[in-house]
Ligand binder design. Structure first.
Ligand SMILES: NC(=O)C1=CN([C@@H]2O[C@H](COP(=O)(O)OP(=O)(O)OC[C@H]3O[C@@H](n4cnc5c(N)ncnc54)[C@H](OP(=O)(O)O)[C@@H]3O)[C@@H](O)[C@H]2O)C=CC1
Ligand SMILES: CC(C)(CO)C(=O)C(=O)O
Length: 305
């Protein structure tokens, strides 16, 4: 099993390193500046689950990789279209694309570009950031990497990936219902990131104010409806379960979008709240709360230079 990880940022750097630590043949396909940093300093994972430091295999051009089985894509959504021409030669040589981005809209883009057979489903649950020095800094115990087949003929490569990464220091899952699971994460993150970022509050702040808490519940409920319309039917009690789950988050916990907002970085608004609004329009349903969050956030998606 040969894995190429596209983007050695927080998510790619963390999960790629954990697979490499377990002996999987992992190469990072990155841009020049990051390649120079990785070659000079190596890659360090600093984690509550254990640190790891090593010299990764790095390339800046897909032509340097003969072939690979899986291409793990770990760039921000607003950079995805720039990577397509980079991925193409490897997909043409048989690689399956495994995106770890938040959201589901990127599946449309990837499948349109590479065909349905080439694109696996995937997502992750983790809180990790890249430090100034380029270290992947993982701060809470969860480190879940879930993937699965979107069409039956992809099961074999998923089994091989699971077997190769079996000993890795992560929670590596082969889902038998990856489309539904991706939608569940998307449903949650669209509401969670939308309300924390629009209110500028961490989740305990949101939960402490009943009217703000109600905005969160409504956003989840609307996303639950949308998921069902898109063929990802969720249990009726999911919204209440997610509210209870978020009540249990530690004080100060917030979304990566809210953290990016605080740092003045671009936000994945179009691929989260924006895609939901687009899908709702296509389905002829209204998502008033999510649409409002989208309207509030979109001016901040691209910070002024
Ligand atoms: N961080 C987290 O805790 C979580 C993140 N996610 C999701 O994971 C995805 C990735 O997020 P995250 O890792 O945090 O983002 P980062 O910004 O930390 O990493 C993205 C990396 O992509 C690289 N990149 C951009 N364009 C290219 C390109 N054309 N070729 C190669 N590399 C490229 C950037 O490198 P450079 O600019 O240096 O060249 C950067 O290092 C997002 O969709 C996010 O929502 C999901 C769950 C948790
Ligand atoms: C909720 C969390 C941290 C889970 O991975 C996430 O995906 C995000 O905030 O972007």
């Amino acid at each position: 099993m040969k894995v190429v990880v596209v983007g050695a940022g927080a998510v790619g750097g963390y999960f790629g390193s954990r697979l490499a630590e377990a002996g999987v043949d992992v190469t990072f396909l990155v841009r020049e500046k990051r390649a120079a940093q990785l070659r000079e300093c190596g890659l360090t994972v600093r984690s509550v689950q254990g640190d790891y430091r090593y010299t990764p295999q790095v390339v800046t051009d897909a032509a340097e990789v003969e072939a690979c089985d899986v291409l793990v894509v770990a760039v921000k959504n607003y950079h995805l279209s720039d990577t397509l021409s980079t991925l193409k030669p490897l997909v043409e040589r048989g690689a399956k694309v495994l995106p770890l981005l938040n959201g589901v809209g990127h599946l449309d883009l990837l499948r349109a570009e590479f065909g349905e057979a080439a694109v696996l489903g995937g997502y992750c649950n983790i809180i990790v950031t890249l430090s100034e020095q380029g270290d992947a800094v993982h701060t809470s115990p969860t480190h879940e990497f879930t993937f699965g087949a979107l069409v039956p003929e992809q099961e074999a490569v998923c089994e091989r990936l699971l077997a190769a990464g079996q000993g890795a220091n992560i929670n590596l899952n082969h889902s038998q219902a990856i489309y539904r699971d991706m939608w569940q994460k998307y449903l949650f993150i669209t509401a969670f990131s939308g309300v924390t970022t629009a209110s500028r509050l961490s989740i305990d702040g949101v939960m402490a104010h009943p009217p703000t808490r109600e905005v969160l519940r409504r956003a989840l409920t609307e996303m639950h409806t949308l998921a069902g319309r898109k063929g990802a039917v969720m249990p009726d009690d999911l919204v209440e379960k997610l509210m209870t789950y978020m009540d249990g988050f530690p004080a100060g916990a917030t979304s990566s979008m809210h953290q990016d907002f605080r740092k003045g970085l671009p936000l994945e608004v179009e691929s989260l709240q924006g895609v939901a609004v687009r899908y709702a329009d296509e389905e002829g349903i209204d998502l008033p709360t999510v649409r409002t969050l989208y309207g509030l956030l979109v001016p901040h998606a691209t910070p002024a230079a």
